[in-house]
Design a protein around this ligand. Structure first.
Ligand SMILES: Cc1ncc(C[n+]2csc(CCOP(=O)(O)OP(=O)(O)O)c2C)c(N)n1
Ligand SMILES: [Mg+2]
Length: 372
């Protein structure tokens, strides 16, 4: 079944859930997809500038070039469906409807950030939006997604889970264990491989046996679906099939989306493993924002003037998010000890030891966690 498109979707639909046929978007809804892609691009360009000015610390992995994947796929979901991804998470969070302000403030490590400044770039999170992170361990989100989907099925909510991962995660044991259990237990989860060809500086041809990667669906007898990640419409269409399989039949799918990242693996990657010509060539062939913009021009859904306005608004929103992040307060030191997944008494004894060893009172802002 792999790579031959989705298994035929039956119309055995739960009442009150999504329609069986991919809804045709109005011209203005189509322009909204473009608007989201442009916002993600401008948001990340502003974040990159702030990183270079050392206003953002730690890791920062940009999604530039891959915007059509998150925007197209998330546009097929209901607001209560679950989304989970790896560390390259800014695009998914914004596509999910998280605000630029809460995302930028998180990058700045501020208390107003979506994870109260504790997660940074790799650990965006928003419970109300059903956005379950932001995960730094390659493949680490894949068993969590199976667990979320298990809960959805157990509770009979009719919701589905979409789990994004990179091409570098497909050989992780956790990924295979997750696919196995998800298929065996018929969990409503869609695993989306965002194949941007590289895992850090390693091209996929040097790390993976068995192409295309979507063939891994065969081993678990699940639908294997391929999409063009530079074409937001194609992503929507293919994802829709997978979402319907999950929603109406509680079946797991593996979707491989072919994409490409234009920036380094992270902000500190000099990119010596590929040439500038390769990147330029790929942009020329299939830059997802220009590609979709041109299509909308042809459909007469958008004029050049309207596009300029989309750009202006996106830049203004990104700048506003920077101003918000800069003017937001730092978290109080005491918040370090909040929201921790550990028994209360262990946290208390850790704080006591810090105070004894370093003579600091964490409430007064003097503790140095992690210095033991
Ligand atoms: C288990 C584990 N091994 C290694 C790393 C180091 N590491 C961070 S990102 C990365 C590459 C992952 O590439 P891919 O899955 O293709 O995602 P992309 O960066 O292309 O989005 C590696 C090896 C890690 N974070 N976790
Ligand atoms: Mg990759």
């Amino acid at each position: 079944m792999a790579s031959s498109g989705a298994k035929k979707v039956r119309s055995k639909e739960k009442p009150g859930k999504s329609p069986a046929v991919l809804p045709t978007l109005t011209p203005s809804e189509r322009v909204d997809l473009l608007r989201k892609m442009v916002l993600i691009r401008r948001f990340e360009q502003k974040a990159a500038q702030a990183f270079m000015q050392a206003k953002i610390k730690g890791f920062c992995h940009l999604y530039i070039g891959q915007e059509a994947v998150a925007v197209g796929s998330i546009s097929t979901l209901n607001p209560t469906d679950a989304v989970i991804t790896a560390y390259r998470d800014h695009g998914h969070a914004l596509a999910r409807g998280m605000s630029s302000r809460e995302c930028m403030a998180e990058l700045f490590g501020k208390i107003t950030g979506c994870s109260r400044g504790k997660g940074g770039s790799m650990h965006f999170f928003n419970k109300e939006k059903h956005f379950h992170g932001g995960h730094g361990i390659v493949g680490g989100q894949t068993p969590l997604a199976a667990g979320i989907a298990f809960a959805q099925k157990y509770k009979g909510t009719g919701e589905v889970t979409v789990c994004y991962l990179g091409d570098g995660a497909v050989n992780q044991g956790a990924f295979h264990e997750s696919l196995n259990l998800a298929a065996l237990w018929k969990l409503p989860v869609i695993y989306v491989i965002e194949n941007n060809e590289y895992a850090m500086g390693t091209h996929q041809s040097r790390s993976s046996a068995g192409y295309p990667l979507v063939k891994r669906a065969d081993g678990y007898d699940m639908a294997g679906i391929t999409a063009n990640g530079n074409d937001v419409d194609d992503v929507r269409e293919k994802m829709w099939d997978a979402v319907q399989l999950a929603r109406t039949e509680s079946l797991t799918s593996l979707v491989e989306v072919k994409t490409y990242r234009y920036r380094g693996h992270s902000m500190s990657d000099p990119g010596n493993y590929r040439t500038k010509e390769e990147i330029a060539e790929r942009k020329k062939e299939s830059e997802p924002i220009s590609f979709f913009k041109e299509r909308l021009y042809k459909e007469k859904a958008l004029t050049e003037k309207e596009y300029e306005e989309i750009e202006r608004v996106a830049v203004a929103e990104a700048e506003d998010s920077i101003a918000f992040a800069e003017s937001s307060p730092e978290p109080e030191v005491a918040t370090v000890f909040e929201d921790i997944f550990a028994p209360e008494d262990q946290i208390r004894s850790f704080v006591r030891r810090l105070e004894v060893n370093h003579g600091c009172d964490h409430d007064a802002g003097g503790a140095q966690p992690g210095v033991e």
